[in-house]
Design a protein around this ligand. Structure first.
Ligand code: PLP
Length: 400
């Protein structure tokens, strides 16, 4: 396993086994676990080796902006998990999102996107793409059928996330896959909230899958990272774009992320178990008017979630009586849990989107994305769930 766009042979081994046993070749020191390859470049045997390598007649490492053993290992693991042919790893989730669009779109192209996507992805549509005359049309999470009416002759990509942030809505991936196929559009799914352990969008027809590895893939809030995996033809274009423009993942971060994947299955299992308990606690609480969690029967897309996800994920959204002011008081009353912009950390994180991450949007735009004034988002961590619930309970008692 080297560099460039090596194609991954799909394995018959189970998810956890691949996560642990996929490894770059051992060095002459016969280390058990993969070492950290902190090198910016690689050496050549002679002039002919160097010529052939640059001419891409050989598949080998040349320079770490193109490839590095640690990033190759990380990419190989994610490809196995997602059922993807190949991929490229980036310095952050947004580097993956931007480079994927930039590599595939031309001036004047059109994107159809879910209205509920990550804030910076929204900003790309609104503030960056217009300078290349790239326009975006939006569909709401429960209006996937409307996509067909949004298609234009210059439409290239359908883009969506599921579950969404922060409202934890579920989109029908199979339906998205069918629409993309029928109209020859590229379907890209940001699978960050689910992780490949819970959901593999390629099975439902996605051509590319993007992750912010900063979230559950790292899982301990240490490093930034991103990755795009999927069809080899599309990844080739993304690779050629990234190789020139330089958004590569650092080998150190790749090493951390590849190690993190060894425990992804056990961590995500526990995150989801804790999250379901937290969701059930909140559902019973008198100060809480609404709880959104994909594996609660009351979730509007419960059956869809059950069909396309293994478990419900680690994010719970809920509505406190008393709107924006109650939301702020609630955050101030939190003691053990943390107020932070991240998610998917071992530490439980609480945010109030209307007054923080989504404060710049108009009230109307927030409602489009499913964000009500009193909505609180919890990224449920790996602490003992009793302690998580106790903290939420005391804060709810003091805020309302
Ligand atoms: C965090 C996040 C991103 C961006 O990832 P970074 O690593 O912060 O650049 C993209 N999509 C989703 C759904 C995210 O949660």
């Amino acid at each position: 396993m080297y560099n460039r766009i090596f194609k991954i042979e799909q394995s018959l081994k189970a998810f956890e086994t691949n996560a642990i046993r996929t490894q770059v070749e051992r060095s002459e020191f016969l280390e058990h676990t993969t070492p950290l390859y902190l090198t910016s470049s690689y050496v050549f045997e002679d002039a002919e080796d160097m010529r052939a390598s640059f001419a891409e007649e050989k598949d080998r490492n040349i320079y770490s902006r193109y490839s590095n053993p640690n990033t190759s290992e990380f990419i190989a693991k994610i490809c196995l998990m997602e059922g993807a042919e190949t991929g490229f790893a980036f310095a952050s989730g947004m580097a993956a999102v931007f480079s994927t669009f930039a590599a595939l779109l031309n001036t004047g192209d059109h994107v159809i996107s879910s209205a509920s996507v990550f804030g910076s992805t929204q900003s790309l549509y609104k503030n960056v793409f217009p300078k290349w005359q790239i326009s975006t049309s939006y569909f709401k999470v429960n209006e996937i059928e409307r996509i067909e009416s949004l298609i234009q002759p210059n439409t290239k990509i359908i883009y969506a996330e599921s579950p969404t942030n922060p409202a934890v809505d579920i989109l029908d991936l199979e339906l998205l896959g069918k629409i993309a196929k029928k109209h020859h559009l590229i379907l890209i799914i940001d699978n960050c909230f689910a992780t490949p352990y819970l959901q593999q969008p390629i099975k439902f027809g996605a051509h590319l899958v993007i992750h912010s590895a900063t979230k559950l893939i790292d899982g301990q809030g240490r490093v930034l990272g991103g990755i795009t995996v999927g069809s080899a033809i599309l990844i080739e274009k993304i690779y050629l774009f990234a190789r020139i423009t330089g958004p590569a993942l650092s080998p150190f971060n790749a090493w951390i992320l590849s190690k993190s994947l060894e425990t992804l299955a056990v961590r995500v299992e526990k995150h989801c178990k804790n999250a379901l308990k937290v969701a059930k606690f909140l559902e019973r609480h008198p100060q809480v008017t609404l709880v959104k969690y994909p594996f609660l029967k009351s979730h509007p897309q419960y059956h869809l979630a059950k069909k396309q996800m293994k478990r419900g994920g680690n994010v719970v959204a809920f509505e406190i009586k008393g709107g924006i002011e109650a939301g702020r008081l609630f955050l101030n009353a939190i003691k053990l849990l943390t107020l932070s912009a991240n998610l998917g950390d071992a530490r439980t994180i609480v945010t109030h989107p209307a007054s923080t991450t989504h404060a710049k949007l108009l009230e109307e735009e927030r409602l489009e994305a499913g964000i009500t004034p009193g909505m609180v988002r919890i990224s449920v961590g790996l602490e003992n769930v009793k302690d998580i619930i106790n903290d939420l309970n005391q804060a709810l008692e003091r805020c309302c």
